[in-house]
Structure formats: structure tokens, C-alpha cells
Design a protein around this ligand. Sequence first.
Ligand code: MG
Length: 255
Amino acid sequence: MKQNLLFSAILMGSFLSTNAQTAKPEDTEYYTPIPKVITPGSVYGVPPSDAIVLFGGKNLDQWVPTKDSTSNKKWTVANNCMTVNKANGDLQTKRSFLDFQLHIEYRIPSNITGTGQARGNSGIFLAALPWGAGGYELQVLDNYKNTTYVNGQVGSLYKQTPPLANACRKPGQWQTYDVIWTAPRFNEDGTVKSPARATVLHNGVLVQNNTVLTGDTPYIGQPSYKQHGPEPIKLQAHGDKSEPISYRNIWLREL
Ligand code: MG
């Protein structure tokens, strides 16, 4: 018995040493493709070197009104930021995108009034669609000591998934959103091949962790998917009566 154990131990030892001799560290190391070298920007302001700057503070060259793309009625640009013009409606990018990393900063005015959903309501549609709910909305709202339904507060994927935390700053301060968006994919017959997914940091805090969207984000009714491809990004001019909010430093990296 003792001899058998000893024999087994010798066998095991020789197996391990053989395996250790044949397996090399470099077997599990690879060198290509090499990740692209870029210069990182600061949390606020300076975009990384490969970003598409959608708003740098000077003009709205990258944007058109959603309802009337020939109109020159746009939002106000002053002091390096763009301010919602509610009468002129939503604004969307001229270009269309599929998967991306988006950085955007917004400021609720310090004199904001209203309650619930009627307090600094805007929104970022990660893909603007010309039908139904108008796309997939990441909510913008003042939820600093302002409550509403949790799946409609700031950081929510509207009427679907509440944020993991309320990382709201006080009105009057600039706030950041960093979004990683994976657009939905569709089969040829229009059925969903893979749903949309969003990871969102609000003021540097994770609020959506690779969240799967069950469809678009309607105000009334259930989410649903309808086939689309690369789409613009849209900023919402919400019809509430509160003071309009501002955006700045909007940039995007296509993935
Ligand atoms: Mg909204």
C-alpha cells in the first residue's frame, strides 16, 4: 500500500515536471494586434486625440434640428456651451454612428424650478429614430433632492433601468456622462439579432453596467425594437416649463 502511494507520487511528480517543462509563459502571451496609442484627455474639457468633436464650444456645425433638417433654427451658443432652445425642438448630429464611446457634459441652471420630471428634463438619445419614442433615451434631469419614478431619474435608461446610484451634482455645476454604446443588430427579416447595450458613468460613477435594453424608450407603452442601422445622436428639448439646460464638450470615439 505504502509502496503504491509512493509510486503514484513519483508518477504525478514526473507528470507535473514534464508539463512544467513543455508549457512556457509565452504560450499564453500575444503581441498583435497592438492597441492604438492615443493621448488621453482630462475628465473635463480636452478630448482624446482620436475623438470626433461634436461640440467644441464655438458652433453647431455638427448638429441639425430633428424636425426640420433644412432649418437654421438651432440652440443658443455662448460662453463655450450650447443651451436648449425649447421652441426650436430637439437637435441631432448630422453624422450617424453605430457603436461608440461618448463624452458629454451638461449643466442644470442654478435657478432651476419645477418638480419631478418637470425640472431640467432633457435627454441623450443614443440612437435617434424617426418613429415612436424617437430612439433610446439616457435621461437628463435634475435629481438633486428631487424625486421621481426611479426608472426615469437621471442616469436611467428611460422607463427601463434605474441608475445604480444617484451621482447628481447640485444645479449650477457641470456634470459628465461617459457612455459606451453597443447598437442593436438585426437579422435580415428584421428580428433582433442582439439587443442594444449601454454602460454609463455619471460624474465618474458607474450607473449602468453593460445594461441590455429591451427596446426603445417610450413615455407610454412597452419598449420594442424595429430594424435600423447607424443613427444620429439626439439631444432632447423637453416641453416642461423649467429653465433650459446647457451642454458642452461633446465628443465621441467610434468603436
Ligand atoms: Mg428626458
